[in-house]
Ligand binder design. Structure first.
Ligand SMILES: Nc1nc2c(c(=O)[nH]1)N[C@H]1C(S)=C(S)[C@@H](COP(=O)(O)OP(=O)(O)OC[C@H]3O[C@@H](n4cnc5c(=O)[nH]c(N)nc54)[C@H](O)[C@@H]3O)O[C@H]1N2
Ligand SMILES: Nc1nc2c(c(=O)[nH]1)N[C@H]1C(S)=C(S)[C@@H](COP(=O)(O)OP(=O)(O)OC[C@H]3O[C@@H](n4cnc5c(=O)[nH]c(N)nc54)[C@H](O)[C@@H]3O)O[C@H]1N2
Ligand code: SF4
Ligand SMILES: [Mo]
Length: 699
């Protein structure tokens, strides 16, 4: 099955990136000599990012884990001994049986995300195993949960404009998304639109790579996007730029909205957002007069206390101008709905011994590990690196340092999290497995078949949970299924008409298969909202105690609407920690090539804020708040409005340098969807005195 011969083989990029590229792996002597984009993949069209062009450095990294390990020293010190798989599986199942007897199965918690986007790797045997065990459930809300909730209240369906169609847009607004780094093929489509005359507007809190590429950059204060959207709606109604015919036909509540947005005149919105009145007026005119305006809603504005409402408010805009009925117009927040597979068949929630199990929000993992009532006694981490990616990371570290917590980590590397494990299991790279991939942006489903031999004793997620399930004595029919059987079950899903015609056989033949997009033509006629229409006014929100109309609410820890510190503001600077260009969340942060490309973790600070603190370019600074301290190198730049500082990238803990930015971020939950609020953080910054303070990381 595995190709041992030299050659060029198709593959799929497994990373949590909307582009889900088709790849070509050049293999020589059993190793990758080159990774290229597949020129035949209709969206990839031969182009891939620099991160994955350098993927061989990760897959063949000398520090890849090759054998199961058992801890021999204190947690966090990285002292382990090699054990066999038989010993590892026996120890895990033995401990799980003990915990179940003593504390109940819900004392065990899985912790996973999408380190590998493969459906079998992220949502298959693993889910079956924890369901059958009766373990606590995990709310996987770290990424886009707030925005998904805000979008679905408005549109009902987790889908929007098709990527290929955006070449026909004549105005593209990239709102809270750094697509040059995070969705490069959308940039390619936008370039095509630009050649046909489209303007590209970027709305962001800092002049990122995307802002530098766009035609017009509008910097604003963090977490004020809903106010801007409401201000635009105010002007659209005021100036007769709303598409009344469309609203009558497809929306609910436009009269209430017309009335409501009178509270958001441009002068007030300028004060809240930091954008000049003239610019708000100009943007509204551009939007209202465009033939087919398209909005790309990024993740940045979702990671806030008011993240759900930011998306909810922006999601109303296309309806106001009737953009949904223009080719290329509309908006994208996620297109996951189009490619939904049969989750129940794959994950088997019916295996749960009891219907209701406790769920734990992954954003609150630090707090959850400190519960004294019904404590979590076992945690199994895979596809994720919570010590680096979860908020309030010092609290997370303290949780993982608990001597009485039985921790299993399955990963390719000895991550910051794995160092705290009792048992570490070596994971295959995605190129060593069979898996099914769909995109949350484009419409192609892809198949990965093994290209490389697994090194050492690495095993895939599916294989690990098959072994664990069988060792626990769970149903052999469920835990004995092959990868191919699982894929067939996932694709057999009549509730999703877009999956029509996507089969394993066709995937084996073609590698990628386009979803059947014909139902999209009737998209507006069959929205799954309670009213069946675009809900500008949402009764469902009202019933849940949320404002039924889009509304601006200030951040909890930031500034209120007129730049006075809000109720919970303890520190004077807003701290933003979005992804960087060469890492994928915390993936690649340990690969030399990628580290060199990023150089080092820096803090971007405005000249006015730097001067007030005696900070000059290149100075070593301490960034701190009540949660902890991080050490970074200052980059003085006017890329942000004063009062905002930015550090891109999720670095692992440095040698003698505390640089995990999530030390500073709050574990509060967003207004809807129980999402993360990484970017609603405040900090103070001072020059480093050269010494490293005593408290903090134990790494
Ligand atoms: N190179 C690279 N690509 C990636 C990733 C990566 O780590 N590196 N991560 C992947 C994942 S998991 C995801 S979810 C996506 C995320 O990718 P994007 O959707 O692009 O989202 P972010 O990069 O989190 O944030 C985008 C921008 O929003 C800004 N922002 C922050 N707060 C606000 C605000 O209040 N208002 C506005 N308007 N802007 C704000 C941030 O500063 C940032 O410039 O990218 C994926 N692709
Ligand atoms: N401050 C701040 N924090 C953030 C963000 C931010 O913008 N700012 N972004 C947030 C977002 S949007 C997201 S999605 C999360 C992402 O958080 P995570 O999903 O935890 O992402 P990664 O850091 O890339 O960690 C994935 C881990 O999975 C491992 N892995 C890869 N493939 C496999 C496999 O096949 N099997 C197993 N067992 N392991 C595998 C990788 O080696 C890696 O260690 O981070 C969030 N955290
Ligand atoms: S990270 Fe994104 S852009 Fe890069 S190869 Fe993977 S899917 Fe394509
Ligand atoms: Mo994400």
């Amino acid at each position: 099955m595995v190709h041992s011969r030299d050659g060029i083989y198709p593959a799929v990029c497994p990373l949590d990136c909307p582009d889900t590229c088709g790849l070509l792996l050049h293999v020589k002597d059993g190793t990758i000599s080159k990774v290229a984009g597949n020129p035949e993949h209709p969206v990839t069209r031969g182009a891939i990012c620099n991160k994955v062009r350098n993927m061989a450095g990760r897959v063949h990294h000398p520090e890849r884990l090759l054998y199961p390990l058992r801890r021999t020293g204190a947690k966090g010190t990285g002292a382990f001994e090699r054990i066999s798989w038989d010993e590892a599986i026996a120890e895990i199942t033995g401990r799980y049986r003990q915990l179940m007897d003593e504390y109940g199965a819900q004392s065990i918690l899985p912790y996973s995300f999408y380190g590998n986007m493969g459906i079998l790797s992220a949502e298959g045997m693993d889910r079956r195993f924890f369901h059958a065990l009766g373990a606590s459930g995990l709310q996987r809300t770290i990424c886009s949960a707030a925005g998904t909730a805000g979008w679905e209240y408005t549109m009902g369906f987790d889908g929007g404009t098709s990527p290929e169609d955006t070449v026909h847009a004549d105005l593209i607004i990239v709102w809270g998304g750094n697509i040059v780094s995070t969705n490069m093929h959308q940039v390619v489509y936008a370039e095509e639109a630009r050649k046909r005359g489209a303007k590209i507007v970027v709305i962001d809190v800092h002049r990122n790579r995307t802002a530098r590429w766009g035609d017009w950059f509008l910097p604003l204060y963090p977490g004020t996007d809903a106010a801007l959207a409401l201000g635009l709606m105010h002007i659209l109604f005021r100036d007769g730029l709303a598409d009344e015919e469309f609203l009558v036909k497809y929306a609910t509540g436009h009269e209430e909205l017309r009335e409501h947005v009178q509270q958001y005149p441009p002068e007030r919105v300028a004060e809240i957002t930091g954008i000049a009145v003239d610019d708000i007026e100009r943007l509204a005119r551009l939007y209202g007069e465009a033939q087919a305006p398209y909005i790309h809603i990024g993740n940045g504005l979702q990671h806030h206390d008011n993240g759900g409402m930011n998306v909810r408010s922006i999601a109303c805009l296309p309806a106001l101008v009737g953009a949904w009925s223009k080719r290329g117009g509309g908006a994208y927040k996620s297109n996951s709905g189009y490619s939904a597979t049969n989750a129940d068949a794959l994950r088997r929630p019916d295996l749960k011994p009891q219907k209701e199990v406790r769920t734990v929000n992954m954003n609150r993992i630090g707090e959850a590990l400190a519960w004294t009532e019904e404590p979590i006694k076992g945690i199994c981490v895979y596809n994720s690196n919570p010590l680096v990616v979860a908020p309030d990371s010092e609290r997370v570290r303290q949780g993982f340092a608990r001597e009485d917590l039985f921790t299993v980590v399955h990963d390719l590397f000895m991550t910051d999290t794995a160092r705290y494990a009792d048992i570490v299991l070596p994971a295959t790279s995605s190129f060593e497995n069979t898996d099914l991939y769909s995109s949350y942006w484009h419409h192609y489903v892809q198949l990965q078949e093994p290209v490389l031999e697994a090194p050492g004793e690495c095993k895939s997620n599916a294989e690990v949970f098959r072994l664990l399930g069988q060792a626990m004595g769970f149903d052999g029919g469920v835990f004995g299924q092959t990868d191919e059987e699982l894929i067939r079950e996932a694709l057999d899903y009549e509730n999703n008409p877009y999956l029509n015609g996507v089969t394993l056989e066709l995937l084996q033949k073609q590698r990628f298969v386009k979803l059947d997009m014909t139902p999209q033509a009737a998209f507006l006629e069959s929205l799954p909202t309670p009213s069946g229409r675009i809900e500008l006014y949402s009764r469902a929100m009202e019933l849940e105690g949320l404002p039924p109309l889009p509304t601006y609410t200030p951040l909890k820890e930031g500034y209120d609407g007129v730049r006075r510190p809000g109720s919970g503001a303890a520190y004077p600077l807003m701290f933003l920690s979005p992804p960087n260009h060469h890492f994928l969340n915390s993936t690649f942060a340990n690969v030399e090539k990628h580290q060199q490309l990023e150089k080092r973790p820096v803090l971007q600070i405005h000249p006015a804020d730097a001067q007030a603190r005696g900070i000059s370019e290149g100075a070593e600074v301490i960034v701190y708040n009540s949660r902890g301290t991080v050490e970074l190198t200052a980059a003085v730049t006017d890329s942000m409005l004063p009062g905002t500082v930015v550090s891109q990238g999720l670095w692992w803990e440095g040698e003698g340098r505390r640089q995990r930015v999530n030390t500073l971020t709050p574990d509060r939950l967003s207004d809807m969807g129980s999402g993360a609020t990484f970017f609603s953080a405040t900090v103070e910054v001072r020059l480093s005195d050269g010494g490293v303070e005593a408290a903090g990381s134990g790494l």
